[in-house]
Design a protein around this ligand. Structure first.
Ligand SMILES: Cc1cc2nc3c(=O)[nH]c(=O)nc-3n(C[C@H](O)[C@H](O)[C@H](O)COP(=O)(O)OP(=O)(O)OC[C@H]3O[C@@H](n4cnc5c(N)ncnc54)[C@H](O)[C@@H]3O)c2cc1C
Ligand code: SF4
Ligand code: SF4
Ligand code: SF4
Length: 440
């Protein structure tokens, strides 16, 4: 089996890993529906199945020692300790997506020679598949003089091809990996499959509500049709502080800030389908998992992070850097509540509906959310699932349709409001009938 079916069924999260493990060179990436998905050259494929084995679109594992978990236990994963934190370096804190903790950790761990290299994304233009790039202590620290290129979040799929190529051919190197949870799962599967030494890798996981797909970039380009958009920051603190507005860069050298609502409103329409099924919001496979600090405790417009240390390796890396970081203890429960993990747990229902649909069509059902206990799917979820899938189709539209984009969003929002109203009237009506029957 190959990743072909996975991609055909909308389950690819564009992690860019399968190409690295295909030893016959059969895999190339092609853009489709805003995602970079693999195409397989039939003549070169020997059907070895390795690509499917490591693919996080097919498999995400949550059970430990064969014991299944409730969705909320699965999302929690292993927790050593939790903090709210921010960089003591004011420049890094300012330029970072949240509190600049990732940049601080990478800089400190490379300078102290605890790790040999790190793989980071380092551009703010999105006309090609974003990719991680190799950094040593020298090249990473040069950014302080030459200008920062690695900080900030890119809410788009990133290819980890170069990271995986590197770890497979440099088995003894100590490497820092930064990735969203699905990509971390893929990298961990590579480490397991090729029996690499787990101790050599510090896995930094970014909390992840969901991603965007690349057609979002075309949509943003239509927000100012007089100028050519060359790049943007998804979140920039210069106008109004954290969590940050969009900052657009144009070909003529001008810049423009756009309110963050353009980013948040676009989420329902430009996300990869795979994100609808994913519950790993808090990066269970990471050594250090981190995100924005939404706890309202130590939250600041200067930016700060919520941190979950998940392993001894993570704790030891954290302790090594502690002088460069301001941090305070906080409970997992407060972070989980601030990140609304209960809402996220509902994705198990969408995953079950997807599997059911594939099974009924006689297609291979993937192992999404393996080891998660699932109760009966409430009726309402089916309706909501179809609604969400409908929204995603807006983002698949051809570029020329984007002039109608705002009209489509508003129409979808109105339709949603109407559906919710009908649903609430129906359930109230059903409750009254049930009451009457019980009395009778
Ligand atoms: C798709 C996505 C969804 C997210 N959703 C949430 C959320 O729901 N809740 C929450 O609290 N936090 C979320 N985050 C995390 C948050 O936006 C910050 O990335 C995180 O808090 C780190 O901030 P920082 O200031 O420490 O990072 P910085 O110091 O700014 O460093 C960021 C590092 O991440 C790397 N990077 C950026 N984008 C990617 C990417 N897509 N893949 C791999 N590496 C990348 C950069 O190269 C850089 O090294 C999300 C991030 C992403 C990428
Ligand atoms: S999710 Fe990653 S490994 Fe799976 S098909 Fe997509 S790019 Fe390949
Ligand atoms: S099955 Fe093997 S040869 Fe075929 S695409 Fe996948 S990894 Fe390559
Ligand atoms: S929501 Fe899940 S599948 Fe989507 S990008 Fe984030 S980690 Fe990957």
């Amino acid at each position: 089996m190959t990743v072909y079916e996975n991609c055909k069924n909308g389950l690819c999260c564009s992690c860019g890993i399968c190409k690295s493990v295909c030893k016959t060179g059969a895999i190339m990436y092609q853009k489709k529906d805003g995602m970079f998905i693999p195409t397989i050259e039939k003549d070169k494929c020997i059907n070895c199945g390795v690509c499917a084995d490591i693919c996080p679109g097919y498999h995400q594992y949550y059970s430990s020692h064969g014991i299944s978990k409730t969705p909320l236990e699965a999302i929690k994963g292993n927790v050593v300790t939790c903090y709210n934190a921010w960089s003591r370096n004011a420049q890094i804190r300012h330029i970072g997506a949240s509190g600049g903790i990732v940049t601080t950790l990478v800089g400190e761990l490379l300078n102290r020679k605890v790790y040999d290299c790190a793989f980071c994304v380092d551009n703010y233009t999105y006309d090609v598949f974003l990719s991680t790039e190799y950094y040593t202590s020298e090249t990473f620290s040069q950014q302080e003089k030459l200008g920062w290129k690695t900080p900030k979040s890119r809410y788009l799929p990133v290819s980890h091809e170069k990271t995986v190529d590197y770890i497979l051919s440099n088995r003894d190197a100590k490497v820092i990996v930064i990735a969203v949870p699905c990509a971390l799962q893929g990298i961990l599967s590579v480490i397991d499959k090729y029996q690499l030494v787990r101790e050599n890798y510090l896995l930094i996981g970014l909390f992840c509500e969901r991603n965007f797909q690349y057609n979002l970039v075309n949509y943003f380009a239509t927000l100012n049709k007089d100028k050519k958009l060359t790049g943007f920051h998804f979140k920039n603190k210069e106008s109004g502080g954290w969590p940050g507005n969009l900052k657009f860069f144009f070909e003529d050298g001008s810049i423009e800030y756009k309110d963050k609502s353009f980013r948040t409103d676009a989420k329902d329409f430009f996300q990869p389908e795979r994100c609808l099924y994913c519950i790993d919001k808090l990066a269970i496979n990471a050594d250090i998992a981190l995100g924005d600090n939404y706890t309202q405790i130590d939250s600041s417009e200067l930016g700060s992070n919520s941190i979950i240390i998940r392993s001894k390796r993570g704790l030891s890396a954290w302790d090594e850097c502690s002088a460069a970081i301001e941090y305070r203890s906080i409970s997992y429960d407060i972070i989980a509540k601030a990140e609304a993990v209960e809402d996220r747990a509902e994705n198990v229902y969408f995953a079950e509906l997807k599997k059911k649909k594939l099974f009924e069509a006689g297609l291979y059902a993937p192992n999404i959310n393996e080891g998660v206990l699932i109760e009966n799917i409430p009726d309402r979820r089916e309706q909501e699932y179809l609604f969400k899938l409908g929204n995603l189709r807006v983002g698949f539209e051809d570029d020329t349709q984007f002039s109608n984009y705002n009209r489509i969003i508003n129409k979808a929002k109105r339709k949603r409001k109407k559906e919710l109203l009908i649903y609430s009237i129906r359930s109230k009506f059903a409750a009254i009938i049930r009451k009457l029957i019980n009395r009778g």
